[in-house]
Design a binder for this molecule. Structure first.
Ligand SMILES: [Zn+2]
Length: 90
């Protein structure tokens, strides 16, 4: 069963999410690098859970001519040299 959570503009985005209800993570276009690094490090920490295999990690990219966003698979991953303080892009 697929469930989408949408937020009203005034509603807090600070919500608790169960791991097993995660299907996709989409990075916003204007997210700060330290937030990306934090999320990637977190995703790394749950990599061994079964749920990982169903998880898609994407990035939103603008398609200006069509006034929309498309989601592409991310090439970013957590950096192992600085224990997740940064991320690498392949
Ligand atoms: Zn690093």
């Amino acid at each position: 069963m697929e469930v989408h959570k949408t937020f009203k503009s005034t509603e807090s985005r600070d919500v608790e999410v169960e791991f097993d209800s995660l299907a996709e993570v989409i990075f916003g276009m204007k997210m700060e690098n330290h937030h990306l690094a934090y999320i990637l490090a977190f995703l790394d920490s749950i990599k061994n859970l079964d749920q990982w295999f169903a998880l898609t990690i994407s990035e939103a990219r603008a398609v200006p001519r069509e006034l929309r966003f498309r989601h592409v698979r991310t090439t970013k991953s957590s950096c192992t040299n600085c224990s997740g303080s940064g991320y690498i892009e392949s």
